[in-house]
Write a protein that binds this ligand. Structure first.
Ligand SMILES: [Zn+2]
Length: 389
């Protein structure tokens, strides 16, 4: 879809709003965008935010229509939502929930020719800010990226709602956001095109790097705070890094191997119970190995992301070094034509991906052993309030 003209481009949401209690001001920020909103949220999410959304919309004089989200951002679910939007005669569609809900809403809003708004209930991915959606098959395998001409008109994040969710969601978002800098750095080195449709800008690359720095400094104290469901300055910084900085950074800075390997992993059914950011972390480590990054960098990454609570071995994502067939399928999917792995500054063949992934197992185990760390527990699966993108 991209021309070969050497342009640089940055794209971004119309407005980003974040803070404890922000949900109570949704109506105020929504009213200038549309007068007939359709809210899409699954029953679980609606159970804990529905009351605040309703009173906020009522205070702004907006009607309240809510539609359930059925769990997978598949082509069929998107088409179903397009029908619901037409029936409701909505002029703006609002996703309240995780990355799956958000991706389905962005795609259905675009197809309906109306505006769209995202209200993430967790900070587990950077899906809320971007102008693209990841579409999955009904079985949960990666199908395609869909690109839209606009980002959401509004992204509204209530930090207290994010802090009320299990810490594992925030940890998954850290995994997604750490990849952003590794991939933007690779895209910048190879002068490849970004999801925004041009060469990377200094802005996109710098925001990706800022996201990385904020996370190394704040992720561990933020996760501790969220375990007690409190919002601290560290929590606010990590929510912004996971949602906004990472979103702008990946979209206008570029994706490379880590997300292609994530997409490849969805070809292995064993990984379907894992959140997007958990699989992305395996992608980041694999990318570092493919790059021949300094051993101390890879060691630090294994240690840090283990402390964050992310998987660093094949075993933790349901695979093993003996699953050669599965790993070859993953590598084939990760290296198909058009995948972002080809934004790496060197050629990556499927066999390289298999070797890098296999090498992770012993290396990560040894690093953890030397650091006195055990494998993280309490992974969340991407349920209704979790996410894929
Ligand atoms: Zn991602």
């Amino acid at each position: 879809m991209f021309q070969s003209t050497p342009i640089r481009s940055v794209i971004s949401p119309g407005r980003y709003v974040q803070g404890p209690g922000a949900i109570t001001r949704l109506g105020e920020f929504l009213a200038p965008i549309g007068s007939t909103p359709l809210i899409v949220a699954d029953d679980i999410v609606w159970g804990f935010v529905g009351h605040d959304v309703e009173s906020s919309l009522r205070a702004a004089g907006l009607p309240i229509t809510r539609e359930n989200f059925n769990g997978i951002p598949s082509a069929a679910e998107i088409d179903r939502l397009v029908g619901v939007i037409a029936e409701a005669n909505a002029d703006v569609v609002v996703a309240v929930g995780g990355g799956s809900t958000i991706d389905a809403v962005k795609a259905s809003g675009f197809l309906s020719g109306i505006r769209w708004v995202t209200v993430p209930s967790v900070a587990s991915t950077d899906a809320p800010t971007s102008a693209l959606a990841v579409i999955y098959t009904e079985d949960g395998a990666f199908e395609e990226y869909r690109f839209f001409p606009r980002n959401p008109d509004l992204v509204l994040v209530d930090s207290q709602i994010v802090a009320n969710a299990p810490a594992a969601f925030l940890a998954a978002g850290v995994g997604d956001a750490l990849a952003t800098w590794l991939e933007a750095r690779a895209t910048s080195r190879s002068h490849s095109t970004t999801m925004a449709g041009g060469l990377p800008t200094l802005t996109g690359t710098a925001l990706a790097k800022l996201s990385w720095e904020v996370l190394w400094e704040n992720a561990l104290p933020a996760l501790d705070a969220v375990r007690d469901h409190v919002v601290t300055p560290a929590v606010e910084k990590v929510i912004e890094a996971n949602t906004l900085l990472s979103g702008l950074g990946f979209e206008s800075g570029g994706l490379a191997a880590a997300h292609a390997i994530h997409n490849g992993l969805t070809a292995a059914a064993q990984t379907h119970g894992l959140a997007h950011g958990q699989k992305v972390n395996i992608g980041s480590l694999t990318q570092l190995i493919l790059e021949g990054a300094p051993t101390s960098d890879i060691r630090d990454f294994v240690e840090f992301t283990t402390r964050v609570g992310l998987p660093t071995t094949l075993t933790e994502i349901g695979l093993s070094v003996d699953d050669t067939d599965d790993l070859q399928r993953v590598a084939a999917a990760a290296t198909v034509e058009g995948e972002t792995i080809h934004n790496m500054p060197f050629e990556v063949r499927p066999a390289d991906v298999v070797a890098a992934m296999k090498s992770l197992e012993r290396f990560a185990r040894r690093v953890r052993e030397e650091a006195g760390l055990s494998a993280p527990q309490n992974y969340v699966s991407h349920g209704s309030s979790g996410s894929r993108q």
